[in-house]
Ligand binder design. Structure first.
Ligand SMILES: COc1nc(N)nc2c1ncn2[C@H]1C[C@H](O)[C@@H](COP(=O)(O)OP(=O)(O)OP(=O)(O)O)O1
Length: 161
């Protein structure tokens, strides 16, 4: 699969914007906003486009703060393996709205719905929210949903804006 972006809005008042996926990979789960990179795009452009398409929110690619460089490893069917760049953003324009792909909702940072999120999120997302930058690999079980193993390393991520 093509590499993907994943964006979380932070409102500076202790809340994060998540979306409940309404179709495709991870349907029914709360997640950040994102999707597959298109030919000719940078990952930041992909992140800004996917966020706009899925929530109506507009951001400048250079306002995205890179937080993690992940690899979603699906050994039972390598076609689903892909990289995922995770960003936080604190400056945006517009109000989140329902789209074909996502139902947006603000959550308090101390009450994230981990039971209804991807299994490994509870390991890496709190670390990113605490200000760490991570590189990591998440190894999926053959069902493509449950996680067998995940490995994360704190790093300094440097990406051209
Ligand atoms: C551990 O696995 C995952 N965890 C989290 N938190 N997010 C994940 C995981 N695996 C994939 N994702 C994210 C990465 C992307 O943001 C989406 C998948 O992208 P999608 O398939 O929805 O891409 P689109 O281009 O939007 O799809 P369409 O072809 O439907 O437009 O999930």
């Amino acid at each position: 699969m093509r590499d993907t972006s994943l964006v979380y809005l932070l409102d500076g008042a202790g809340r994060v914007l998540l979306g409940r996926k309404r179709r495709g990979m991870g349907v029914g789960k709360w997640n950040g906003f994102g999707g597959k990179i298109e030919p000719g795009e940078t990952m930041r452009q992909c992140a800004a486009r996917e966020l706009r398409e899925e929530s109506g929110i507009t951001v400048r690619p250079e306002d995205l703060d890179l937080a993690a460089d992940l690899y979603f490893d699906q050994p039972s069917d390598g076609r689903w393996s892909h990289g995922g760049m995770v960003y936080f953003v604190r400056k945006w324009q517009g109000e989140p709205h329902l789209s074909e792909e996502m139902e947006p909702r603000w959550f308090s940072l101390d009450q994230l719905p981990y039971e209804e999120m991807w299994e490994a999120d509870r390991i890496w997302l709190p670390q990113l929210l605490a200000g760490k930058q991570l590189r990591g690999t998440i190894l999926f079980a053959p069902d493509g949903d449950h996680v067998i193993q995940s490995i994360f390393q704190e790093v300094h991520l440097d990406e051209k804006k």
